[in-house]
Design a binder for this molecule. Structure first.
Ligand SMILES: C[S@@+](CC[C@H](N)C(=O)[O-])C[C@H]1O[C@@H](n2cnc3c(N)ncnc32)[C@H](O)[C@@H]1O
Length: 280
């Protein structure tokens, strides 16, 4: 467990004991993830690669689609969503959700455009936090009049943080949204088995090579040909690199994030994400 993890346990022994009684395997899973994160982050430099400066125009040829209406629509909607969360006194941006980053403007705009261009029926994402990516996915699906979202998020122990999970989503998507409160390691394989196949997968949960590799190995098998995987924060670990070395039949672009303020933890003060199309 990290230093921060140990001090959390010492500060909140009841919460830790409660979690241990409720779900010892889940707690073990979390501790193991933290250890892997600590080992990976201290043992290797960031994964540095170049973003495509033209990724917004490269996106449509990548998808084999033409630009869709609704880009202006997106800017106004996004401003409204961020404004409503901020109006509740909640910080938005890098490290704003208990140290995790909220989905940035470039990532959510990319998700919006991919859904507009590909009209997915089954979307799976990992990592909900405040719920910015979830909200944009759901808004885009609603505008298309099609599609459902399954989101997996491991609930935080801290009740205050827990009360903010999915706060950006609101209550208007009950018919389209299933939130699964568990780790992706436990929930993703079974969910994908139940769904059979998926059209779009978004990784925004724990950014370690161990976790990204696990999620992508499962999601890639379930992804239809022509389906899309969007992987956030690829520069924070070597999972995307490992994925590219072990998978063929794909086209990909790397995109630069647009955080609302510099993210000092990243090599470029912004972060990177990747969009990958399964071609075979
Ligand atoms: C970067 S935040 C997600 C941000 C979100 N996509 C947004 O746009 O607001 C990461 C989230 O992943 C969750 N998480 C961490 N490890 C996880 C795991 N192993 N499985 C599922 N969720 C996990 C965290 O609790 C946190 O809510």
């Amino acid at each position: 467990m990290s230093g921060a993890g140990i001090s959390y346990v010492l500060k909140h022994p009841n919460r830790f004991a409660g979690a241990l009684l409720r779900d010892p395997v889940g707690l073990w899973d979390t501790v193991w993830d933290r250890l892997a994160q600590r080992r990976e982050y201290s043992g290797r430099p960031p994964y540095v690669c170049e973003a495509d400066p033209q990724w917004q125009s490269s996106l449509y040829p990548l998808l084999g689609a033409t630009p869709q209406q609704g880009i202006k629509d997106f800017a106004a909607l996004w401003a409204d969503i961020v404004g409503a969360v901020r109006a509740g006194g909640i910080d938005v941006g890098p490290a704003a959700y208990s140290g995790w980053n909220d989905g940035d403007t470039a990532l959510v705009r990319a998700i919006w455009r991919v859904i507009q261009a590909t009209n997915p029926a089954r979307v799976v994402e990992t990592g909900v936090g405040h719920g910015f990516t979830s909200r944009i996915i759901l808004e885009a699906l609603r505008r298309k009049g099609n599609g459902k979202l399954w989101s997996i998020d491991r609930p935080p122990l801290d009740p205050e943080t827990r009360s903010k999970v999915g706060i950006a989503v609101g209550g208007g998507f009950k018919d389209r949204w299933t939130l699964i409160e568990d780790s992706s390691r436990r929930a993703l394989p079974g969910l994908l088995r139940r769904l059979g196949s998926i059209d779009l997968f978004i990784h925004d949960s724990l950014h370690t090579e161990r976790n990204v590799t696990f999620e992508l190995d499962h999601a890639w098998r379930a992804l239809k040909t022509g389906g899309v995987a969007i992987i956030d924060d690829i520069d924070s670990n070597w999972g995307y690199d490992a994925f590219l070395k072990t998978h063929t039949g794909l086209r990909a672009i790397v995109c630069e994030a647009e955080p609302v303020r510099p993210d000092e933890r990243r090599f470029n003060k912004k972060g990177l994400f990747a969009i990958v199309v399964k071609t075979a």
